[in-house]
Design a protein around this ligand. Structure first.
Ligand code: CP
Length: 320
């Protein structure tokens, strides 16, 4: 693969390969001096056409910790605002001879369009409702660290995990990438949403759909909550926060239905008091939400390292 556009084209061994690579960077990031020079002399452009806190900052930190020069292009301050097309923007970035380009865009497929026009590797930082592959990979890395920790009674096997992904499945690229990754690794995946927020195509994915949240989380090992993406809702269905919390919010009482050891995850940003109560989100012994952010930096270091290997003449990934 030249690029990292989605989880869909990845084989199980490629997913594990990226997770294995990320582990060394988790260890480095926990040291006082967090610097490596694997990408010294390389230039990485983060081109974000949609808002972001976690993904943008963690890609920037990841590139800098590996010694690269990192520049950020925010669409709101760019010539996109003057009417420049996506293809002209891609051609412009390509002419600057970046060594990797990280792109977030509100349109599904926009990242692939740019990847087809530029010479360097392109990494998808979230495109519309399509995929957010580094989020799914960092979520898997978080689960794998938890499975291997002393506090987890389970064996280190994704194939034995029961995971419920709950919330706005219809508009969520995080849900799609996680479903693809977790089912590829053999996990049992349940998805739960109000009927209006469950995509028809869910029938073609290897998951069990639920509209009853209590039933969906019964006995699961991991509860992954998703945000209501009001900004992507054009139709009549925008439930009130109160209604939504009543039926689909993760409260301490509801969490008791999951397995006693169950891990709580959320990709952020959270709507506290809507899809998740603060008392659950901030539960030290159960919530992995800040751990997910920590894993995000290490995972993105691994992705930047791996996709630039061919250009650097280093074995691995593209030569496999
Ligand atoms: N999880 C995630 O993609 O967060 P940001 O939108 O803040 O990048």
């Amino acid at each position: 693969h030249k690029d990292l556009i989605g989880i869909a084209p990845l084989a199980p061994w490629e997913i594990h390969y990226l997770l294995d690579e990320a582990e060394q960077w988790v260890a480095l990031n926990r040291q006082p001096a967090k610097h490596a020079d694997a990408l010294a002399g390389l230039t990485i452009i983060n081109a974000f056409f949609e808002n972001s806190t976690r993904t943008l900052l963690s890609f920037e930190i990841a590139g800098k910790r590996l010694g690269a020069d990192v520049v950020n292009m925010h669409a709101a301050q760019s010539s996109v605002k003057k009417g420049e097309t996506l293809i002209d923007t891609a051609t412009t970035l390509n002419a600057m001879r970046a060594d990797a380009i990280v792109i977030r865009h509100s349109s599904s497929g926009a990242v692939q369009l740019i990847a087809d026009k530029v010479d360097c590797p392109v990494l998808n930082a979230g495109d519309g409702q399509h995929e957010h592959p580094t989020q799914a990979l960092l979520d898997a890395l978080t689960m794998r660290f938890w499975l291997r920790s002393d506090s987890c009674p389970l064996s280190d096997e994704f194939a034995k995990l029961k995971i419920a992904i709950c919330g706005d499945i219809m508009h969520s690229r995080v849900a799609r990438s996680n479903i693809l990754l977790l089912t590829t690794l053999g996990a049992e995946v349940r998805v739960c949403a109000p009927p209006a927020l469950m995509p028809a195509a869910i029938e073609h994915m290897k998951v069990t759909p639920f509209s009853d949240f209590n039933a969906a989380i019964d006995g699961v090992d991991v509860v992954m909550m998703l945000r209501l993406q009001n900004e992507r809702m054009a139709g009549p269905f925008i439930p009130s926060a109160r209604e939504y919390r009543h039926l689909f919010g993760l409260t301490p009482e509801r969490l008791k239905r999951a397995a006693p050891h169950a891990l709580v995850m959320h990709p952020g940003p959270m709507n506290r008091g809507v899809e998740i109560d603060s008392s659950v989100a901030d539960m030290l012994e159960r919530s992995a939400i800040t751990r997910q952010v920590e894993m995000g930096v290490a995972l993105r270091m691994a992705c930047l390292d791996v996709v630039t290997r061919r250009a650097r003449g280093v074995e691995g990934w593209n030569s496999l």
